[in-house]
Design a protein around this ligand. Sequence first.
Ligand SMILES: CC(C)(COP(=O)(O)OP(=O)(O)OC[C@H]1O[C@@H](n2cnc3c(N)ncnc32)[C@H](O)[C@@H]1OP(=O)(O)O)[C@@H](O)C(=O)NCCC(=O)NCCS
Length: 157
Amino acid sequence: MLDHMEIREATLEDIPEITALFRDTIRTVNRQHYSEKQVEIWSSGADDIDKWKDRISNLYFIVAEVHQQIVGFAYLKNGNYLDGLFVHKDFQRQTIASKLLRIMESRVSINGFDMIKSDVSITALDFFDSHFYEVEKKQKKSFKGMVFENYIVYKEL
Ligand SMILES: CC(C)(COP(=O)(O)OP(=O)(O)OC[C@H]1O[C@@H](n2cnc3c(N)ncnc32)[C@H](O)[C@@H]1OP(=O)(O)O)[C@@H](O)C(=O)NCCC(=O)NCCS
């Protein structure tokens, strides 16, 4: 099925699918590592449509598509900061994130940086470890009054 996967830049028309994917993945996949309340607050970020418009318009934002369904997305901020990487809950462990990450790493190199950085969820830590990212530190990040534990990671390219 993934033979037909295409990766392209996101457009504003993709917002409903991107935000649904974001919400569903947090509620199912990230739910394993975060409380119900944390998941509720984090996934409510899907409703901030202006923020998604801004990300798509101003950042390097790519989507992976299979048979015209968006199955993953990623976006890059400030040239070398991976700010988001999400895969559809029904398409986990099919190498979609690995493919998106490879493109992001190439983009970072094209942008003239020799290091990519991100801060990643507990859920994603094993994925980044398997791609040879180092943990700089564990941190607590505040979002809408709720504290989330995550990790700052980096990789030299
Ligand atoms: C983390 C995430 C992006 C990985 O996406 P994915 O498409 O399933 O990842 P891949 O299939 O490319 O994984 C490649 C390798 O990474 C490792 N890996 C990925 N997910 C893993 C997990 N949950 N546990 C352990 N290893 C994992 C494995 O080595 C895997 O290879 P394998 O399947 O042959 O064992 C996905 O699980 C996700 O959307 N998580 C929720 C959102 C999130 O937390 N995003 C992080 C930014 S905040």
